[in-house]
Design a protein around this ligand. Structure first.
Ligand SMILES: Cc1ncc(COP(=O)(O)O)c(C=O)c1O
Length: 374
């Protein structure tokens, strides 16, 4: 088998045709409305509510990080209070907590879903706890029922970082319907993208006004500034890309589902590889394809990463380092490795391998061939 002649990354952005995009750009350019909640923005907001099967509201943002910052802000959590979250995520998750003057408290994850482990949450609850921030990592789903039960018992808010979970479902319910607020990211690396972008989904329509304000400097109208907002607006060009990509993402998902079948069948034959299995009531977003390199695999995760790199296959160690290992968090009491045994074990074992619809099957075969030790 031949190594690819160009670098193969773990994902490749879904892009509309230039012809289609140009058609929309002509309309936007002649309208001269480039941003500030224009027609494309409003149409995308409407369409996403259906696509994500939301019963409540949806607000678009210029990226997922600003959206998550506003989610934490709008819930009015007590200043300086603690938010229980997971170290198994991208930097933005704990950073948004800190940017809100709140304190992240790291809770361990489950080995199967790699999402926050509900059985470990209660031991972190103190009189200062105000919220739980779970992450539907890779598009797998948190145990939303158990998290809701705990949140009700202790009167906590629940926020989900659903950056990876575009169109994931639990029991055929859109994943954005759970918790108080969910954040989706539409970054170029995501299944559905607007180049940069994001959204908040929330069942409580009463939050709509404040979320609108926070996204727009707190400005309600020309003469009324209601609060200290920020600039979180998605522009018309991003919205146009989003509207075109909405027509493409289902097909992309089908292609990824086929690729997943191939990887599952081929890699499950290799000793020492565990492929995370989703519960049957969860619909996957096919955001990433993680594998666990167990101790009885023929080499270590890090060596496999290096071996693949040398043959133009660029995998990612999501999530190494853990957020709890970052300079800015490593001294928190909850960052102690003894508190996070599963996350600390898996940070040396998980590898996300190339996973996108246009990945040629010959390259997927080559990746499996190398993983098998050839
Ligand atoms: C889990 C997670 N949370 C938050 C973000 C931040 O989203 P954005 O890049 O849209 O700001 C990302 C990634 O991009 C992510 O992977």
């Amino acid at each position: 088998m031949k190594m690819p002649d160009k670098p193969i990354y773990i994902t490749s952005p879904l892009l509309p045709s230039l012809e289609d995009l140009n058609r929309e750009l002509k309309i936007i350019f002649s309208s001269k409305q480039l941003t500030n909640m224009g027609n494309y923005h409003n149409l995308l907001e409407q369409k996403l509510k259906d696509v994500l099967k939301l019963k409540g509201s949806l607000s678009l943002f210029n990226n997922g990080t600003i959206a998550l910052m506003i989610a934490l802000k709008v819930l009015n959590l007590a200043q300086g209070s603690e938010v229980i979250t997971t170290p198994w995520t991208f930097a933005a998750t704990p950073h948004c907590i800190v940017w809100n003057n709140l304190k992240p408290v790291f809770c361990d994850i489950k080995r199967d879903s790699m999402c926050i482990d509900p059985s470990q949450i209660e031991k972190h609850i103190t009189k200062n706890t105000s919220a739980i921030l779970g992450v539907h990592v890779y598009g797998f789903a948190c145990d939303v029922e158990k998290i809701e039960t705990i949140a009700k018992k202790y009167n906590l808010k629940v926020i989900y970082d659903a950056a990876h979970a575009f169109s994931s479902e639990i029991d055929a319910i859109g994943i954005g319907n759970f918790g108080d607020i969910s954040m989706f990211s539409f970054h170029a690396t995501k299944l559905f993208n607007t180049i940069e972008g994001g959204a908040l989904a929330y069942p409580d329509k009463n939050l709509e006004r404040q979320i609108y304000n926070f996204r727009n400097f707190g400005i309600r109208n020309e003469e009324l500034v209601e609060e200290v907002g920020i600039n979180g607006k998605l522009n018309e060009l991003q919205a146009a890309v989003g509207l075109l990509n909405l027509k493409l993402f289902e097909n992309e998902k089908q292609k990824r589902a086929k690729l997943k079948d191939f990887y599952d069948k081929t890699l499950s034959k290799i000793i020492g590889i565990t492929i995370p299995k989703l519960a049957s009531n969860i619909k996957n977003s096919y955001q990433y394809y993680p594998i666990i390199i167990e101790n009885n695999f023929w080499t270590s995760r890090n060596e496999l990463y290096d071996i693949l790199r040398k043959v133009n296959i660029f995998t990612r160690k999501y999530f190494y380092p853990l957020c709890s290992d970052y300079e800015c968090y490593k001294n928190l009491p909850s960052a102690n490795a003894e508190n996070l045994p599963v996350a600390n074990e898996l940070k040396n074992k998980v590898l996300c391998i190339p996973f996108y619809g246009d990945l040629p099957i010959s390259i997927a075969e080559f990746i499996c061939y190398k993983i098998a030790g050839n």
